[in-house]
Design a protein around this ligand. Structure first.
Ligand SMILES: [Zn+2]
Length: 257
């Protein structure tokens, strides 16, 4: 089976930018990890995971470049990556780099993978936003780092939100809905939905609205891919599989060649 990759159509114009939201198709893992699982910490055979990462890099067209991931902990820490020999950037939920040939990868199975690019400055960032990261404001924190550390205005950013669990499937209890509404106020009106006493959260919509409020123009905010829980054949979903499942990777970076 061929590896599937969702791209942002508007980013095809950025020559040298490589990016993609991978799904579970392709790859060699079996059982609950079938097939393109790229996570070592979920119980899959590490040799097969390494093979999957290799296959994935070839499919994307990364030959000499390095894919860097992080130990994701549902926090709001964003690290700057400069070391081209690094495989893992430590404990964090966001990474930013100005270096070519470093491809920042975020692993998900329902949470929102968010890819950032500042095309003129050739900077990229990759962020993992579940409900905790969304509550902590990791998306807006990343926008501020672009601005404070690199002088990139929010209006110069383009941001894509990839496949993640939709409001169709993401029912939450009050311990999730209430803090989100308290923190983000009116921004949650379209994304925290109460139907017959049940709450459903649209994490992508909420992050999109948070990013727009932080100054990223709506026309530079893209949403690609389906609900991970609905798309059984195409994506891993932690909620759907009740914990034992793989992780898909979303990545972004500039090639120097
Ligand atoms: Zn769904």
């Amino acid at each position: 089976m061929e590896i599937s990759r969702i791209k942002v159509p508007q980013w095809e114009n950025h020559v040298g930018l490589l990016h993609g939201f991978m799904g579970r198709r392709g790859g060699k893992s079996i059982g609950p990890y079938a097939g393109l699982n790229v996570a070592y910490r979920v119980g899959d055979d590490p040799k097969v995971v390494s093979q999957n990462i290799c296959d994935m890099k070839l499919a994307v067209g990364i030959h000499d470049g390095r894919v860097v991931t992080m130990r994701q902990v549902h926090g709001d820490h964003v690290v700057e990556v400069q070391d081209k020999t690094l495989k893992e950037a430590g404990e964090a939920d966001g990474m930013i780099t100005s270096e070519p040939d470093i491809y920042l990868g975020v692993l998900t199975a329902d949470c929102v993978p968010i890819l950032f690019v500042a095309p003129s400055q050739k900077l990229v960032a990759a962020v993992h936003a579940g409900w905790r990261g969304t509550l902590a404001g990791i998306a807006v924190k990343t926008v501020r780092i672009f601005n404070n550390q690199y002088g990139v205005e929010p209006s110069d950013l383009e941001v894509a939100l990839g496949p993640s669990i939709g409001p169709c499937c993401y029912e939450v209890k009050d311990d999730v809905a209430a803090p989100l509404m308290k923190k983000w106020g009116k921004l949650t009106t379209p994304s925290v939905l109460v139907k017959q006493g049940k709450s459903f959260v649209n994490l992508r919509r909420l992050n999109r609205d948070i990013l727009r409020a932080a100054g990223v123009p709506g026309k530079q905010l893209f949403q690609v891919g389906p609900c991970t829980s609905c798309a059984t054949e195409d994506f891993f979903s932690y909620r759907r599989e009740r914990a034992e499942t793989g992780r898909q990777i979303s990545l972004i970076g500039w090639s120097s060649v």
